[in-house]
Write a protein that binds this ligand. Structure first.
Ligand SMILES: Nc1ncnc2c1ncn2[C@@H]1O[C@H](COP(=O)(O)OP(=O)(O)OP(=O)(O)O)[C@@H](O)[C@H]1O
Ligand SMILES: O=P(O)(O)OC[C@H]1O[C@H](OP(=O)(O)OP(=O)(O)O)[C@H](O)[C@@H]1O
Ligand SMILES: [Mg+2]
Length: 305
């Protein structure tokens, strides 16, 4: 994609690209929404004007996001690590501008890029692939893995339905995304090596934005950090006698240091702790046995560090 740094210089609104239709579309929108962003809705359009902040949304094919970032037409993007890594793997062999990099893992869209062989084969290691044909939509990442393993194999590039290639005789093995493994087993394949662990990531060109856009991007990333940090967090409120507090706090290794207030009797403390792990009924009962009283578990809506 051609360079367009001049367009970056004149823009004063941040642009963030997300997938238009697909697995990452809704979770990406929801995540940005929980950062306080709203847009003028236009379901059939590819550009949504930001209302709550000068941050506009671009709705595109996920494969196009790294290129939009590299060209400067877009400032941030939400895309699978698999797509970003493949783009950078290919770009590194051609050289060019500042490549987009991963700024944050976002905790959804989890899957693996795995090498899969016919179920009838017994896996004996990478050497078994010497001289074989491997179908994939990720030729850059696969070629890198093969080179690292010292294996000379033919990479057969397909844009989709990779799992059917061995059945059709188009390839001997495949390399594709795996989540439940159902698609592989439906095609009589089995995963033998994981090449990449992927999830949706926030991507951008760090340190290359003009000041106005960088301030907007920094604000958004700070909000995002707050949202990600509390996503599975709960606020625990309880009381405990002074001599039992240590025993209760030992049961909260995933909590931040609790805030403590002495009550009037001088013996009881009121405590509040931000807990980052699951607070199940069983866990509450253990806390109660250790001396916690009046336990309350509250959702955390927002947090700004
Ligand atoms: N089975 C899966 N389970 C979980 N996440 C997946 C799975 N398959 C893909 N993903 C993740 O979701 C991303 C988007 O997948 P999707 O199938 O919607 O992409 P696509 O068909 O390439 O869409 P587009 O039309 O935008 O090009 C993938 O790049 C990957 O990061
Ligand atoms: O391990 P599983 O849970 O079966 O998931 C893996 C499948 O999911 C993705 O395909 P998708 O369903 O998105 O179809 P597409 O590649 O044609 O878009 C991926 O390309 C695999 O084929
Ligand atoms: Mg795609």
């Amino acid at each position: 994609m051609a360079s367009s740094n001049s367009q970056v210089a004149v823009r004063d609104r941040l642009r963030i690209a997300i997938q238009k239709n697909g697995r990452l579309s809704q979770p990406a929108r929801a995540l940005l929404g929980s950062c306080g962003l709203t847009w003028r809705e236009s379901p059939d359009h590819l550009f949504c004007h930001g209302e709550s902040a000068p941050i506009d949304l671009l709705l595109v094919r996920d494969d196009d996001i790294p290129g939009l970032l590299e060209s400067g037409l877009c400032d941030l993007g939400i895309v699978g690590r698999n797509v970003l890594s493949e783009y950078n793997e290919r770009a590194s062999s051609t050289c060019g501008q500042v490549q987009p990099s991963e700024l944050r893992g976002l905790g959804f869209g989890g899957c693996r890029l795995s090498l899969a062989i016919p179920q009838a084969w017994t896996w004996q290691g990478a050497g078994q692939l010497q001289g074989k044909r491997i179908a994939t939509s990720y030729p850059g990442l696969l070629a890198r893995w093969l080179a690292d393993a010292g294996v000379d194999a033919e990479v057969v590039e397909l844009s989709g339905s990779v799992e059917i290639a061995p059945r059709l005789g188009q390839a001997d093995a495949g390399c594709d995304l795996v989540s439940s493994g159902a698609t592989l087993s439906a095609n009589q394949l089995k995963p033998v090596e994981d090449i990449l662990y992927s999830e949706a990531v926030l991507a951008g060109r760090s340190n290359s934005l003009p000041p106005v856009l960088r301030d907007l991007a920094d604000t958004l990333v700070r909000r995002l950090d707050g949202v990600l940090r509390i996503r599975d967090s709960k606020l625990l409120l309880f009381q405990a006698s002074r001599h039992e507090v240590d025993a209760v706090v030992r049961l909260l290794p995933d909590a931040e240091v609790p805030t403590q207030y002495p009550l009037e009797d001088g013996e009881t403390l009121a405590l509040q702790a931000l807990c980052h792990g699951a607070v199940t009924w069983q866990r509450m009962e253990e806390l109660k046995r250790a001396g916690a009283r009046g336990l309350m578990v509250l959702p955390v809506e927002r947090m700004l560090a």
